[in-house]
Design a protein around this ligand. Structure first.
Ligand code: UD1
Ligand code: CA
Length: 463
């Protein structure tokens, strides 16, 4: 049987209370990934024949998220969830098969649940299967009205009477429909309700009246059904997702000292025996090998890291690190830097768009920008690679085995040759040949006994 999905993502998300007109609710991120994309990723796992996303308010950003997954249709006026599904009619209405409908604001929904819903729909030969859950606090959700165990209709929160308000079985907003019957009923929908909207949920009663087979499929993990309507729910969804991801990595052999303060993005890969310490974020397309120690207080984004590195109190974005490095505390690396094995990059350094060779030390208070640094180099405390003349950025090279004394400034472009030595405090603006020593600073003079004279002069001025 052919299988399709319609994802509803056109709503304004009034309860988000955003002042922005260009941002849709479903593009709000949960752990860096838009809610809509979480839903589409789950659907993608089901290998459906077609996925149609309905966009509208803030639609350009929703469209950009949805396009890689399938078709996008517009609902220019948001007249309700039923009206939204109608927008997919030109693409789907005549097709034979089953259509999954879900909302773009339920990021916690898993592919496992979706495929269980589809199987239940098929095995029971249903025309409609509703995903439902029994929740402690049903406020805000549509309630499932049953008669002798059979579904009769759904009543929305706004239309609830007190006895219906007390029902705890809720509509998760996820349905498996016989596709043709769905579009047939949609065309007869009216906005006769408190919100004056075309409710998709009114189609349920229509199916029942027509004598079609309607059942529920109930899930126990109620967190999955959570629809994110406001920013409090967004934080709850983020917390659930964080726990889910961290648990998966712990089961996989990664240690988390405090999983509640560790944030691992959905596209990150961690490897066994790595330890994630408190307040650590690993985001973007990061790939982390075995036996690394990450954190505490560390932010990694798009970091590709080998094995046995230690990185603490540091910020690394768009960086590759090989093996056995000691990074931080208080290190910032960015801009495509490549850190080879066994390097030590310590306290209060910034490294940008540079390559740092194997076994090199740069331990304190330095800036290295647009440079290639060789193997076994020592970059002394407070060294600056001055790579910017106010207009252009230029590159410098520090070759293998060089020793750059503390407080030096290397004015790019310059090459410090292999095994050369730059005296502390030098300002280098010419190449240093291999094996040479460069000293570029004022020669020191000592004035005998002058310290005392200076002090007396100062005192006499004070009088
Ligand atoms: C909806 C259901 C409710 C269910 C709940 C589950 C209806 C009428 N109600 O309520 O029974 O318990 O989901 O989370 O369906 N949307 C559009 N176009 C519109 C209106 C909404 O695309 O004109 C989209 C929204 O972007 C959102 C989804 O549909 O992703 C659900 O809309 P929302 O307003 O959040 O519905 P709920 O009030 O949560
Ligand atoms: Ca909702």
């Amino acid at each position: 049987m052919n299988k399709y999905a319609v994802v509803l993502a056109a709503g304004k998300g009034t309860r988000m209370k955003s002042t922005r007109e260009d941002v849709s609710k479903v593009s709000f991120p949960v752990l860096g990934r838009p809610m809509l994309q979480w839903v589409l990723e789950s659907l993608k796992q089901l290998s459906l024949d077609q996925i149609v996303t309905v966009v509208g308010f803030g639609g350009e950003c929703s469209k950009a998220i949805a396009e890689p997954y399938g078709d996008v249709v517009w609902q220019n006026e948001q007249k309700g969830t039923g009206h939204a599904v109608m927008m997919a009619a030109p693409l789907l209405e005549d097709k034979e098969g089953v259509t999954l409908i879900c909302c773009g604001d339920t990021p916690l929904l898993t592919d496992k649940t979706l495929s269980a819903l589809l199987s239940s729909h098929e095995t029971h030969h249903n025309d409609l299967t509703l995903l439902t859950a029994n929740v402690e606090d049903p406020y805000g959700y549509g309630r499932i009205i049953k008669n002798n165990g059979r579904v009769e209709r759904i009543v929305e929160q706004k239309d609830c009477t007190p006895d219906i308000d007390a029902i705890h079985e809720i509509n998760a907003g996820v349905y498996a429909f016989d596709n043709r019957e769905l579009f047939h009923c949609l065309s007869r929908l009216t906005p006769n309700n408190a919100a004056k909207e075309y409710y998709l949920t009114d189609v349920i009663a229509m199916f029942v009246e027509k004598g079609l087979r309607v059942s529920t499929f109930s899930i126990t993990d109620v967190s999955e059904t959570m629809g994110v309507n406001d920013r409090y729910q967004l934080s709850v969804a983020t917390k659930c997702m964080q726990r889910r991801i961290n648990k998966r990595w712990m089961i996989h052999g990664v240690t988390f000292e405090d999983p509640e303060t560790a944030y691992i993005g959905p596209e990150v890969k961690l490897s066994r025996d790595t330890i994630v310490r408190p307040n650590t974020h690993v985001l973007g397309k990061s790939w982390i090998g075995h036996e690394n120690i990450l954190g505490p207080d560390t932010y990694l984004e798009n970091v590709h890291m080998g094995e046995r590195n230690k990185v603490e109190y540091s910020h690394l974005v768009d960086v590759t690190v090989e093996d056995d490095c000691v990074l931080g505390p208080y290190l910032r690396v960015r801009g495509g830097a490549l850190i080879h094995s066994r390097t030590t990059l310590g306290n209060f350094n910034e490294i940008k768009n540079s390559e740092i060779g194997e076994g090199t030390f740069c331990s304190h208070l330095s800036y290295v920008g647009d440079a290639r640094v060789g193997k076994d180099v020592n970059i002394g405390c407070g060294t600056i690679v001055a790579n910017y003349d106010g207009v252009n950025k230029t590159r410098s090279t520090i070759e293998d085995g060089a020793f750059v004394g503390s407080g030096s400034i290397l004015i790019s472009p310059v090459t410090v040759g292999k095994d050369s030595f730059v005296a502390a405090g030098s300002v280098i603006n010419q190449d240093v040949p291999s094996g040479d020593m460069a000293i570029a600073r004022e020669k020191q003079q000592n004035k005998p006994g002058y310290a005392k004279i200076l002090k007396e002069k100062a005192k006499s001025k004070a009088k």
